[in-house]
Design a protein around this ligand. Structure first.
Ligand code: HEM
Length: 317
């Protein structure tokens, strides 16, 4: 039985690895001629946003995932339509924190304040750079970002399809496989939950005796959520919630994963090996995280043929 389940897991993995990625021509230094100082401008702006709010970095990282996972990395998540038919108005996006949007808007304003760069850099690329800087300035890896994405002209409420905190391993691998990402990518990307928080509504159902959760941890969370039924929240990595490190995986080994979809990475023996590896070796986690973020950043990328460089990230030109 166990070997059958392993084979099924490997089969999903192979399908995931062979699924086609978008064929846009991204490259590092894409803006070297039009906006040579781009990376410094964005990093400086992200640094200022992070000084203004500790929520800036996790909110930006999550925003990037929610952008790329729906219709590709095309800044469609930033579009606001007067009739409300946009991705942001979908229930699954309503918990995105404003600080992520503000971080990107501030970076875009900083880029556009340089005459040479004005309206030359896509919102999708600014989001990708701001995400890398949020990770790095939180203590995570500093990786090269491929650039050259165009911004979409469309965003619709019903196009949103995102994973949920109660997903099991098969649902998670299936979901990420549909994006062309492997189980390893999925497990490494889940490490994004090393920063930021979740509202009680996303994990409250686990507090009534989920055997995979440490009982002391469950008790503590029950107190948190009872004290503030409407606005209660807990850190996804209670050990170091603002630091991008491998503590997230160490928590999973002691039953201190907040979301069911995180804890299942350890409870399910098929993915436990990688959790153990990342928990003991931060370098291995960082390496796989960078690979997975680079692959995520290629999903559904738009070109000049089906995209544009948005002047205002909130509205198609
Ligand atoms: C594996 C499937 C995933 C599920 C089921 C999931 C689910 C969730 C949920 C329920 C929250 C709490 C939202 C709230 O209370 O406001 C959250 C937060 C977060 N997620 Fe995920 N997520 C997943 C993957 C990812 C990925 C791939 C990334 C980035 C690489 C990511 C980054 C974050 C961050 C940084 C936060 C904290 C946001 C904040 O504090 O503002 N997540 N996620």
């Amino acid at each position: 039985m166990r070997s059958f389940r392993f084979l099924a897991f490997v089969a999903v993995a192979l399908v995931a690895v062979s699924a086609p990625l978008a064929s846009a021509k991204l490259r590092q230094n894409y803006y070297a001629n039009v906006c040579p100082n781009l990376e410094n401008i964005v990093r400086g702006s992200v640094q200022r946003s992070m000084q203004q709010s500790p929520i800036s970095a996790p909110a930006t990282l999550r925003l990037f995932f929610h952008d790329c996972a729906v219709q590709g990395c095309d800044a469609s998540i930033l579009i606001i339509k007067p009739n409300g038919d946009d991705e942001w108005h979908n229930t699954d996006n309503q918990s995105l924190k404003p600080e992520g949007f503000l971080t990107v808007m501030a970076a875009k304003a900083a880029v556009d304040s340089v005459p040479q760069c004005r309206n030359k850099v896509s919102c999708a690329d600014i989001l990708a750079l701001a995400t890398r800087d949020s990770v790095f300035l939180s203590g995570g890896p500093n990786y090269a970002v491929e650039l050259g994405r165009f911004d979409s002209r469309v965003s619709t409420k019903n196009s949103v399809n995102l994973p949920h905190g109660n997903f099991n391993l098969d649902q998670l691998t299936g979901y990420f496989g549909s994006l062309g990402l492997s189980p390893t990518d999925m497990i490494a990307l889940s490490g994004g939950h090393t920063i930021g928080a979740a509202s009680c509504g996303f994990f409250g159902y686990r507090l009534g005796g989920d055997p995979t959760m440490d009982p002391n941890f469950a008790n503590m969370l029950r107190g948190t959520c009872r004290a503030n039924p409407a606005g209660g929240f807990a850190f996804l990595d209670g050990a170091s919630p603002l630091r991008f490190d491998n503590a997230f995986y160490q928590n999973l080994r002691t039953g201190r994963g907040l979301l069911g979809s995180d804890q299942t990475l350890y409870s399910d023996t098929r993915s436990r090996g990688l959790v153990d590896l990342y928990a003991g070796n931060q370098g291995a986690f960082f390496k796989d995280f960078v690979t997975a973020m680079t692959k995520l950043g290629r999903v559904g990328v738009k070109s000049a043929a089906n995209g544009e460089i948005r002047r205002d990230c909130r509205f198609p030109n």
